[in-house]
Design a protein around this ligand. Sequence first.
Ligand code: GDD
Ligand code: MN
Length: 382
Amino acid sequence: MSSEQNSLMAGPRIAAAGAHHKLELAVVVPTYNERDNLALLCENLEQALAGIAWELIVVDDNSPDDTAGLVRQLGRRYPNVRCIKRIGRRGLSSACAEGILSTNAVFVAVMDADHQHDEAILTPMLEAARGGADIVVGSRFAESGSSGDGLSPTRLRGSKLATAMAAMVTGRALADPMSGFFLLRRDLFEAIAANLSADGFKILLDIVVSAQRSGRQIMIAEVPYVFRPRHAGDSKMSPLIVIQFLGLWLSSLTRGLLPTSFLLFSMVGVSGVAVHLAALWALSTWAKPSFVIAQIGATLTAMTWNFFLNNILTYSDKRLHGARLWLGLLGFYAVCSIGGLANVSVASWIYEMREATFVAGMAGALMSSVFNYAVTRILTWK
Ligand code: GDD
Ligand code: MN
């Protein structure tokens, strides 16, 4: 029984109230330092969505420019505008998810605050969804859509590459799977929300893959538009986000078997091996201590490197600060030392059975990375 039927049975008064206030569309806008974009956004949405029962939900990660405070001010003028303010967390995908899950509206749209997405296509997107599309994507590359002047040549090339990579995991030709501009039924999102990965920039890709994996037949419509240059403020795109996307992509290729955070953790681990060797070389070239001391120094350097990189990359959404950062580092040293022991014992055990140096070495390394990942996930980045 649907929740609407439920409320009908609860009594005529409630049902009547429900019918009058039926929200059709929630526009969810994740923000980080977008203060100067929001007043204009409200104005534009009001024009673009005239005649539709809609609300705007800004999901702000406690921006230093007090975007959230501004939204509250705007809320006095626009009663259908509100803010979810998150403290101590960062991340585009999880912000979108929380916004979507917080509304009663039948449909939800996600768009950026910076005016790169054209609000004028929200109405045709909504129409496509009313007409039966499960997910409607605002596409920069669909026929007659374009990325206009909104993307630099490097971003454009990267975006095309990412589009091709995305097609490998969705198995279907979407013009713009990396779009941050889309609309879908809230109940569809709710049905798959538990399977989404909280990290990363690419929630649409994640939604499409999860919906398909759950065995649903998904109808996707695309509405073209011209991607505009950012209105005010700065983009949050960074090399870290590109690497996070790589992790999400690899995870999708394993059909979710290996979590994104494990893949990122492993990538960090591989970079740590390079740091270890570089530190060992530098120490034995310049300081010339005994090998054991140099090896200990290199191990500590690599562990420190891994810790900080995991803190900003793998667990960017649970990043540690202040005292918890330093406590976390100490704990990380302890866990990795046990992981190192596990590594050596597994490797020598296998080596005793079959004298295959490489196999034994790999098994040991694998053992310690799984161990370190599993334990630090529970103890360090809870
Ligand atoms: N709450 C929250 N937390 N919001 C965030 C965060 C975060 O950690 N990071 C970014 N945002 C918000 C920004 O404030 C903005 O409203 C929106 O997410 C998009 O961020 P931009 O920094 O403008 O991203 P972009 O323009 O480089 O990338 C956009 O276009 C891509 C297509 O080229 C995004 O929409 C991507 O999802 C999209 O793939
Ligand atoms: Mn942008």
